[in-house]
Design a protein around this ligand. Structure first.
Ligand code: HXC
Length: 255
């Protein structure tokens, strides 16, 4: 059974993670499957808009079971940024339709989209710090660029999981929709964008990105990847992730 699905509705594509038993937690193999589907979307010149959407839960982050015993080198190999950058760099507009949990690497996936629509009951955040790590899939670069440095630091430093209304007030999402209508809202917007001039759309997207990049994004991603993987040499990373899997509170020793 495929863990990631690509659906087409006329000239709109939907990419969907399909691992409901783990709240769509993202493993290396899921990201590899997603990468192939993103390549398909890139090649298909008929597609005018991509929606990222998963049923019930957008994604509860990267798979902690797969990361817990990683060393630094394995942590680097686990990283999702090549695929996430591919999504962010698509010339077509990308909409994230967020239901349920969008946490850690899941929320970082949503941050690759141009526009985010969240359901009223969605819960979002970057809880990595509670596991003894930090965001490692573009979050340390995209989040401050999108919502500003101070707000990004508050979210990343506290690891707080916030409501859709709070996310809206912070600019983390563009809109909030009724839970049952998140995908409909995303579809309605996608259909509108699909009618706009595609070359001008692509140029606008590329130009906005260029304007936002005072320091090169790729340089930022490189620094993030190295520092993220370095955290896997700490005992606090092992303690944080083991505590989650053993369903207890972590006891961080600053080691
Ligand atoms: C692996 C996960 C998971 C995850 C949930 N599950 N999130 N497995 N990795 N990120 C699994 C649980 O172990 C459990 O499996 C099942 O999904 C249901 O989850 P519960 O915890 O029982 O559900 P609930 O009590 O409703 O709590 C939901 C939750 C909680 C608040 C979302 O699951 C949670 O805190 N998850 C972790 C969120 C997180 O820290 N994400 C960031 C990960 S780090 P079993 O087998 O017990 O039924 C990250 C770094 C990215 O994303 C860097 C780039 C690579």
């Amino acid at each position: 059974m495929a863990q990631v699905l690509l659906k087409r509705e006329e000239n709109i594509a939907i990419i969907r993670v399909n691992r409901p038993e783990a709240l769509n937690a993202l493993s290396r193999s899921i990201i590899d499957e997603m990468d192939e589907l993103v390549e398909e979307v890139m090649k298909d010149k008929e597609i005018r808009c991509l929606i990222l959407h998963s049923e019930k839960n957008f994604a509860a982050g990267a798979d902690i079971k797969k990361m817990v015993e990683c060393n630094e080198e394995e942590a680097r190999a686990f990283l999702f940024s090549p695929t996430y950058n591919k999504i962010a760099d698509l010339s077509i507009p990308v909409i994230a339709a967020i239901e349920g949990y969008a946490l850690g690497g899941g929320m970082e996936l949503a941050m690759t989209a141009d526009i985010r629509i969240a359901g009223e009951g969605a819960k979002m955040g970057f809880p990595e710090i509670t596991l003894g790590i930090m965001p490692g899939a573009g979050g340390t670069i995209r989040v401050p660029r999108i919502i500003g440095e101070a707000r990004a630091k508050e979210l990343i430093f506290t690891g707080d999981v916030i409501t859709a209304q709070k996310a809206l007030s912070m600019g983390l999402v563009n809109r909030v929709a009724e839970d049952d209508h998140v995908l409909d809202e995303a579809m309605k917007l996608a259909k509108k964008l699909a009618k706009r001039a595609p070359i001008a759309m692509a140029m606008a997207k590329k130009t906005i990105k260029a304007g936002q990049e005072e320091q090169s994004h790729n340089k930022g991603i490189e620094i993030e990847a190295a520092n993220w993987a370095k955290l896997f040499t700490t005992q606090d990373q092992k303690e944080g992730m083991r505590a989650f899997l053993e369903k207890r509170k972590p006891d961080f020793q600053n080691k």
